[in-house]
Design a protein around this ligand. Sequence first.
Ligand code: ZN
Length: 69
Amino acid sequence: MYFAKKAVEEEVDQMMDTTVYACQSESCNGWMREDFVTVDYNCPMCGTEMSQEVRELPKIKYDHQFYNK
Ligand SMILES: [Zn+2]
C-alpha cells in the first residue's frame, strides 16, 4: 500500500521582473512598484522625481485590501 498522494502546494515566493519607479535622489532609497506609483511619479518619501527601472521582486499576491480605499 502506498500513500504517495501529495496535495500540499508549496507557497514559494515567485520572483519576477517587476517594473518599479526608483527615487533619483542619492540620499533616498525610496521606490515603488509600478502598480502603486503616485500620480505624478514623484517619490512618496522626499518628492524627488523617480525613474523607471526593472527589478526582480517577489510576486505580489493580490487580495481585496488593495481595493478598500
Ligand atoms: Zn526619494
